[in-house]
Design a binder for this molecule. Structure first.
Ligand code: GLU
Length: 281
């Protein structure tokens, strides 16, 4: 059974870019006679707001989208992510990272071909770590790409891209986890989970067969496929879609104050008009 999802973060109102993504997934599920799931990715406690979550339901219903209930809200399932983190930690694939952004950039710069985004680190010596923990120093749990490579023992991973990456990538893609940002954060000390780990756990728990989302997350698929392998979870098929751009050629984004779906609604745009504008009939 084909199962796909739309997984917004309630950190702002939805705009056209979200509508395009949600409709792409929804229509794909309908065309395949499959299931469409809505998931609320609200682990970013500092930015998520209940009013944005309420607005997601309202805006998607306005677009004519129907989803299964109950909706999975990530903040209700922190135990699931903790269990996954514990499994990775038991396999020596994680470490506590106390480095600041600046320190990581410096460490990455001194490595061959280093960029801040390709930072690779390691656990501190036990005594030093104990001291920092006792002092209440902030840290993040990171995935050790070095340890992951060792665990794979030369086995190379791939994922299936049925859509397109930003560089036209399509078909069987060889996994290069460094593309996703080096030793990615799996959990922050305060929240206990971060994006990549939560997505991978949820996609598996919810039986998602097709991850349909924007090309801006194509690179994320590399480390997500690695995490699936390390956690022994099934591999979904990926369909990254193009990003919708405005008349200025720029993609719609929260930070540019893109016109929200509620703004469109308030000025009388109908869902039918919006769907047609985006190429859905
Ligand atoms: N929550 C993510 C976002 O709003 C999407 C995650 C995903 O589709 O994998 O950008």
């Amino acid at each position: 059974m084909f199962v796909t999802r739309f997984a917004p973060s309630p950190t702002g109102y939805l705009h056209r870019g979200h509508a395009f993504s949600a409709l792409t997934a929804y229509e794909a599920a309908r065309a395949a006679g499959g299931r469409f799931i809505l998931r609320i990715e609200d682990i970013d406690v500092t930015r998520s707001r209940p009013q944005f979550e309420d607005a997601i339901y309202e805006d998607l219903a306005w677009l004519g989208i129907q989803w299964e209930t109950p909706v999975r809200r990530q903040s209700d399932h922190l135990d699931d992510y903790q269990a996954a983190l514990a499994a990775l930690t038991a396999d020596h694939l994680t470490y506590r990272c106390f480095k600041t952004r600046k320190e990581r950039a410096q460490a990455a710069a001194s490595a061959p071909h280093g960029r801040a985004e390709t930072f690779r680190g390691a656990a501190l010596p036990a005594a030093e770590e104990a001291e920092r923990l006792a002092a209440g120093a902030p840290f993040a749990w990171r995935l050790s790409l070095d340890a992951a490579e060792q665990a794979l023992a030369g086995r190379s991973l791939t994922f299936t891209e049925e859509g397109q990456g930003p560089g036209g990538e399509h078909g069987r893609i060889k996994v290069d986890p460094a593309l996703s940002g080096g030793d990615v954060v799996l959990a922050r000390k305060d929240v206990g989970v971060a994006y990549h780990l939560a997505v991978v756990v949820d996609d598996a728990l919810q039986g998602v067969t097709h991850v349909i989302r924007g090309q801006d997350l194509f690179e994320a698929a590399h480390v997500q496929r690695l995490l699936q392998t390390l956690l022994d979870l099934p591999a979904p098929i990926y369909r990254h879609h193009r990003l919708l751009t405005g008349p200025d050629g720029k993609r719609f984004a929260k930070r540019d104050h893109a016109e929200t779906l509620r703004d469109l609604r308030a000025r009388g745009v109908t869902p039918g008009e919006l769907r047609a504008e985006m190429g859905f009939d």
